[in-house]
Design a protein around this ligand. Structure first.
Ligand code: 5AD
Ligand code: SF4
Length: 436
């Protein structure tokens, strides 16, 4: 097909955006667009944006600036902005950047094909009454054996620093039958691992047989699907780790022993100011309950340093919490005031103080990550091959504990689950040999 139109998508931010980008690619696929990785040959460029921190938002405007020569050379090139910056800044984006043809929010992207068909500037940042997922084409399993599946969107927690409740809106859970159908469809296309996504995924309460289901119940139903070898979920709030979900970590073998459970800070004072609604002791208790169900589980977390009012003592509490929990990995960010959030009104911590705290925390997190990886050397682990490695005969995949693993296996196939023995640990991955 020589006249197929080409779509270039750039995705910023979280996995939910990755999922949305795939769904938008599928929707545009039904309009005759195929994906390209070369922006110069695209008929349409779609930037799927993130608003979580200022830096992420700013990237959009610098990338748009870089697209200007392309648009000048080919005025029929369509430029679209999707995602949370589109939601938050709507028509303003077009005012600031007239080269943008289409602005579409995260709840309205099923209408993207219609917006592209329209002429002149188009903006749709509605929270429409219809469910976008019911108006999208079926899945195409674009990312190999490991797929994302959004089960819940939005957030009602209103952490004092976070824009998500405003950009993504209130919590909405997709109905059980739609999720099971999408999961079966993905598995029939060769998917072996599904990561359930939601901004507050363990707050899931979608309608199923007999009423609203919890995430634990949904996971148990997904585990019945033949051929689905692995289930993961993210991102979870500590307060929504109910007993059944915790128990599932012990008795659902497909549920992988890795959990992203952000705590943000180790200081009770800061947790309160952040409106997290739990203390550090509550968090330790939750970690203990999950470890009792699944002793080998690895945890990861997000941390914010330099939240307004954070003192040296508060930060010391965060370091202490990290030492006590012992994370497999973690992400840490310097606090970024976001428009419209309560914390943005408060006086900021001096930037150089925040910088040095960030460095100190990241060094500790890296030490822990290295130590956890080192501890895997000599162990047998299971790996799901996701792609061929850079070296000849090499396969790359993830272990149950989400470590990236390189395996020398010339006959290895993508989608295969293999047992390997870990030989060595390097900066961000393990290397291993297949056990025959
Ligand atoms: N500043 C810095 N980090 C933030 N996050 C969310 N909002 C902000 C902000 N205003 C971080 C949190 C969250 C992760 C996705 O991004 O740690 O868990
Ligand atoms: Fe944002 Fe997560 Fe807090 Fe919701 S729980 S407001 S998404 S940080």
């Amino acid at each position: 097909m020589t006249d197929a139109k080409k779509l270039f998508i750039k995705t910023y931010g979280c996995q939910m955006n990755v999922y949305d980008s795939e769904r938008m690619a599928e929707a545009m696929g039904a309009e005759g667009y195929t994906l390209t990785e070369v922006v110069e040959e695209a008929d349409m460029v779609l930037l799927n944006t993130c608003h979580i921190r200022e830096k992420a938002s700013e990237k959009l405007f610098s990338d748009l600036g870089r697209l200007r020569p392309l648009k000048d050379a080919r005025p029929d090139l369509k430029i679209g902005v999707a995602g949370c910056v589109a939601q938050a800044e709507g028509a303003e984006i077009q005012r600031r950047m007239p080269l943008v043809d289409i602005v579409v929010g995260p709840q309205a992207y099923h209408r993207l094909p219609a917006l592209v068909r329209g002429s002149g500037p188009q903006v749709d940042t509605e929270f429409p009454p219809e469910d976008k997922f019911d108006h999208l084409p079926e899945r195409r399993a674009l990312r190999g054996p490991s797929a994302f599946l959004t089960v819940q969107e939005g957030c009602d927690k209103f952490c004092a620093f976070c824009v998500v409740p405003y950009t993504r809106g209130a919590e909405v859970s997709r109905p059980v039958d739609r999720i099971l159908t999408e999961a079966r469809d993905l598995v029939s296309r060769g998917v072996r691992e599904i990561s359930l996504l939601g901004q507050n995924v363990n707050g899931y309460h979608g309608m199923g047989q007999g009423g609203a289901w919890t995430l634990g119940r949904l996971i148990r139903a997904l585990a019945e699907i033949d051929g689905l070898a692995r289930i993961r979920y993210m991102t979870s709030h500590p307060n929504d780790m109910d007993d059944d979900l915790v128990a599932a970590h012990g008795d659902v073998p497909q549920l992988m022993p890795y959990l992203h459970l952000p705590v943000q800070s180790g200081s009770d004072r800061i947790l309160k100011a952040m409106n997290r609604k739990h203390t550090r002791e509550d968090y330790f208790r939750i970690i203990d309950r999950i470890r009792a169900a699944r002793p080998d589980i690895l945890f990861s977390s997000d941390f914010i340093v330099g939240f307004p009012g954070e003192s040296d003592a508060d930060f010391a509490d965060t370091l202490d919490l990290v030492r006590r929990v012992g994370y497999g990995q973690s992400y840490s960010f310097k606090y970024s005031p976001r428009p419209g959030t309560p914390a943005a009104e408060k006086p900021a911590v001096a930037p150089e103080v925040a910088d040095s705290r960030l460095q100190e925390l990241q060094a500790l997190i890296l030490d822990q990550q290295r130590a956890r990886q080192e501890a895997m050397v000599g162990q047998e682990v299971t790996v799901l091959y996701e792609k061929a490695g850079r070296q000849a005969g090499q396969m790359v995949g993830k272990s149950d504990h989400l470590h990236a693993v390189h395996v020398n296996d010339p006959s290895g196939r993508i989608g295969e689950l293999v047992r390997v023995r870990v030989l060595a640990s390097s900066a961000n991955s393990l290397s291993a040999v297949k056990i025959s």
